[in-house]
Design a protein around this ligand. Sequence first.
Ligand code: HEC
Ligand code: HEC
Length: 318
Amino acid sequence: MRRRVTLFFVVSVLLLAGVRMVSARKLQAPSVDDVTSGAQLYDKWYAALGQPAPQGNMPIWERQTTNTRSGAETWRCAECHGWDYKGSEGAYSAGSHYTGFPNVLKLAAGMTTEEIGAHLKGSKDPSHNFSAYLDEASLQKLALFLKEGLIDDSQYIDTVTLKVKDGDAAHGKKLYDATCAKCHGENGKQIVFRTEGINEYLGSVANRDPYRFLHRTRFGVAGTEMPIGRALGWTPKDGVDVLAYAQSLPTGTEQEQTGNAGAGSAAPQKVGGPFPGVFGGIITGLLAFFGMIGLSGVLLFVLVLFGLLVIWALRKRQ
Ligand code: HEC
Ligand code: HEC
């Protein structure tokens, strides 16, 4: 009898310790599906891959003069084809982002994943060749995103006022308070975005560029700890409802140059997360590793102690 009790405790202690270690590892590496990775590459592939942007302008950039940005920005799929994926037929049909470059929502619908992959390697236009910078797996993820991940958001957004049509802002507020407020703040002002020399709040992004808001709420922002709507199981409509609520948040913008003149507003808060840089990465890794081992150790210790106590009690009774 005594032996069986001892065996039972040893086995359950080992089992529990195992479960604890597995769940700790799962928490550290949230799985991102291929469509989501493709979407993050579409957003800013060099950032998603953790590499520097190519030097100079993307060769195709010189075919237009209306969009006067230069350098890294000109290499982003989103800068040429838009956050609504409709290029010159969508939100970028006018304004400073206008290039005249085409609508991939329409074009990709008429192509196979293989054809899109080949196009990204310059099969049709040698200047549209990204294979020197992106590996085969990344090109495949991009093609998959263009084939399966694109959503025509003009069904949700009024293309003139940029306001959400038929959004459920009350439902959006619930989702926002539960998932977004801890980083962005209840009023969306806790993280200040720096967009081309202007500092702006989440409410400003929601109103100025709702398509970008939806893309990033669905697919996250590469290199940040921001949750990914798609991974949370959110439907497209859930994201739209959050956008509807976010459009009611404060929209203040501050000129970067004004310095402390903008001191009346709350200072941006640092977001928690891994330390920056290579050494930061190593330190973060080590901390996570020892944190995990430490926790498992404490758990193990408590369980063993408990086990011994029970065995001792049983023995005493006999
Ligand atoms: C500098 C602007 C620019 C960038 C950056 C850019 N494209 Fe394009 N893209 C174009 C132009 C112009 C065309 C149409 C002419 C051509 O095929 O080169 C095009 C065409 C396409 C097509 C349609 C191909 C067809 O056969 O009709 C797809 C799909 C596409 N791009 C996807 C992407 C993806 C994905 C990225 C990011 C890796 C990207 N593009 C980056 C300018 C750009
Ligand atoms: C863990 C912290 C965290 C949480 C939680 C979080 N975010 Fe973010 N979010 C960030 C960070 C960091 C950035 C990138 C900031 C930057 O680029 O300067 C960001 C960027 C964004 C952007 C892009 C803004 C732009 O200028 O393009 C949007 C939109 C956004 N978040 C919406 C949301 C929504 C909606 C939620 C809730 C589903 C959410 N975030 C939850 C940290 C978070």
